[in-house]
Structure formats: C-alpha cells, structure tokens
Design a protein around this ligand. Structure first.
Ligand code: UDP
Ligand code: GAL
Ligand code: MN
Length: 348
C-alpha cells in the first residue's frame, strides 16, 4: 500500500534529525579540530580520532640510486648500533636519509614538536625556532607546540611551507622542578585534546637548546628515548637513577639498559600519550608519599623506558653539551646542543 504524503514526511523527520545531530557531533570534530569535541571517554576519543599507524607502513619507493648496503661491512665499528631487543641506536653513518625521506614523504607524515618556555625560558625560543627551521624535519610537515605562560614574549619567526606554530597558554609554577615535571601532565592532556588528531609523531624537547645539524625522520619510531651525553660510557651502577625503593621511579643497581635524558623523547602520539600519562601518575603517587625523584621527570622516564623498551634509541649526537663535554671523535655530528645558561639566574 502507498503510504500517504503526510506519513512519508513524518517518517523522514527522525532520519533528518539524526543526520543533523550526526553532522553536529562528528562534523565539528573533523572539520574544525580546534573546537573541542563533545566530551566522550578519553580512551574512546583517542581510538576514534587517532590517525593510522604513521610512517610504519610499507610503501612502494620510486627507482633510486644509492650505495649498496654491504653485509660484511658494519656501518659503525666503534659504537653499539642495535639494542639487545633489536631497536636501532641512531648514529651518523647508520642510515641513508634519502631512503628515509622518500618513505616518510610518501606517507605525508606530520611531526609535532612540543617545547615549554615558562617564565624566563622564553628567551631561548628565538634561537630554538630559527635553528629548527634550518635543521629539524626539513621537507616534512611540522607543527611546533609552544607551551608558555608568556604568550606576548613568543618571538615571531618566519616558518617554511607546511610548518606552523601553535601557542598553548599554560600556567607557570614557582619551583623549576615543578615546571619540568608538569610537562608530562600537560603533554598527556594535550595528546587527548589535539595531538592525536593533528600529528602522527610527537617529539618532546627542552627549550634551552639549538639545532646545529640535521635532525630528521631517521628518529621517527613508535617510542624513542635519547642517550644522556653524560652517561653513554657509564655502567648501570653509575647511572643517576632514583635509588630509593619508596619512589615509583626506583631502579635497583642490577637493572637498567641506558640512562635516558628527560630533554628529548618521543614517538607516535598514542605511545607518547601512554608514556606521559604513566609518568604523571607515578609523580603524583610519589607526591602523595612525600617523595620526589632525584632527577624529577627524567627519573620517571628512565623507569618507564626500562619497563617499555623503546623501538629506537637516539645517540648523544641528538642532545649534546659542547661546553661541558667538548667534541669527542665518536660524535660525527652534534645535531642538537645545549645553549649555555646561568641556572640560578634563569630559573628565578
Ligand atoms: N623550563 C621552563 N621554565 C623554567 C624551568 C624549566 O620553561 O623556569 C622548561 C624548559 O623547557 C627547560 C626544561 O623545562 O628546557 C628543563 O629545564 P632545564 O633546561 O633548566 O633543565 P636542565 O637541562 O638544565 O637539566
Ligand atoms: C645533568 C643534567 C641534569 C640531569 C643530570 C642527571 O648533566 O643537567 O638535567 O640530567 O645530568 O645526572
Ligand atoms: Mn635543558
């Protein structure tokens, strides 16, 4: 039987309502990612909005000419290039950047770089950003995320094509230790709020630094840490891990792979989310127990990376302090180096 005109119209109404509601709820999140989506459970939001496993697919490369990898000739004889769990340790001489650039460009990867410039540390931003434009992920899409309590003091730096800067205003903290530690909480928070939707990989770095040589897609991997320049030759007993069992960051003397830096870690957004959330939880537990780990967030990062083995490890080429350590021959390149500072003066 033909339904009457009236009933046809009425039967369409609920459909129209759902369509409009659907567009409102999902369209907003997709079309204007800056507008926060209506709150769902964080894990739901994460799964729903997460991008495809980035930079990790097998892609078909164009014809390329490059030196043959020689099975009987190690790329480096003077350093460890592979961890016992088969994660590459990234040193100059171990990778062909042309191959890697092709692979990551074909996937149109976007890299997020988080950096905190709280209180007086805004002075480091200019050199940091200017040198990042010269050396960091050149040829790829980059979002700088600058967390600051002084947005007016953020310098205007000309950015290359496909690169943008996002200012994230956050509160400062009285103690420098708290500024450093709260980075974990804020990064974890913003992973849910926007990073999962906006970038494929996240790198989290100190701001009192300048890039002085290539830092590119060779570092990208689901989870990576960087060898601390002060400890790459040291035994695990000499690492400055947290040694008090009362702390969540505790590592006993008979454990430990490497001593990683607090000032350069990263990975896929979902792994960085897991890492930062876990470190934040551990720091809150410590606080409730009246203990603060010896090297703050760095101690917790070391505990996390002992339990969750990184899929790549960056050599100290990726964070060096020339003033303190000179330039040993084993470092063929100094890529990202500390800018000398007066701790007392800048932190207060
Ligand atoms: N930081 C900041 N304001 C401060 C103290 C620290 O923005 O007042 C941030 C900044 O990104 C800095 C990082 O926290 O690079 C770690 O602190 P710092 O570099 O002083 O530690 P160090 O490298 O000297 O161990
Ligand atoms: C220092 C560094 C600190 C911390 C410490 C670990 O060189 O400035 O931030 O990493 O080493 O022992
Ligand atoms: Mn620093």
């Amino acid at each position: 039987m033909e339904p009457s005109g009236k009933s046809k119209c009425c039967s369409l109404r609920p459909l129209t309502f759902f369509l409009v509601a659907f567009l409102l709820v999902f369209g907003m999140g997709v079309l204007s990612p800056r507008i926060p989506m209506l709150r769902t459970r964080p894990e739901e939001e994460g799964i729903e909005a997460d991008r495809k496993p980035p930079g990790m697919q097998v892609v078909k490369l164009p014809r390329m000419l490059y030196p043959q990898p020689a099975v009987l000739t190690p790329s480096r004889k003077d350093v460890l290039v592979l961890t016992p769990w088969l994660a590459p340790i990234v040193w100059e001489g171990t990778f062909n950047i042309d191959i890697l650039n092709e692979q990551f460009r074909l996937q149109n990867v976007t890299v997020g770089l988080t950096v905190f410039a709280i209180k007086k540390y805004v002075v480091f931003l200019k050199l940091f950003l200017e040198t990042a434009e010269q050396h960091f992920m050149v040829g790829h899409r980059v979002n700088y995320y600058v967390f600051t309590d002084r947005p007016a003091d953020v310098p205007r730096v000309a950015l290359g094509e496909g690169r943008r800067l996002v200012l994230l205003q956050v509160p400062g903290a009285a103690r420098w230790q708290d500024v450093s530690m709260r980075r974990m909480q804020m990064i974890s928070d913003f992973c849910e709020r926007r990073f999962l939707r906006e970038v494929d990989f996240l790198m989290c770095v100190d701001v009192d630094m300048r890039f002085r040589d290539h830092v590119g897609v060779e570092i990208l991997s689901p989870l990576f840490g960087t060898l601390h320049p002060g400890f790459y030759g040291a035994t695990r007993q000499a690492f400055t891990y947290e040694r008090r069992p009362q702390s969540q960051a505790y590592i006993p003397p008979d454990q430990g792979d490497f001593y990683y830096l607090g000032g350069f870690f990263g990975g896929s957004v979902s792994e960085v989310h897991r890492l930062t959330a876990a470190c934040h939880q551990a720091m809150m537990a410590d606080r409730a127990n009246g203990i603060e780990a010896v090297w703050h967030d760095e101690s917790h990062l070391n505990r996390y990376l002992l339990d969750h083995k990184p899929t790549k490890v960056l050599s100290p080429e990726y964070l060096w302090d020339e003033q303190l350590l000179g330039w040993p021959a084993v470092m063929r390149k100094l890529r990202f180096v500390a800018v000398p500072k007066n701790h007392q003066q800048i932190r207060n």
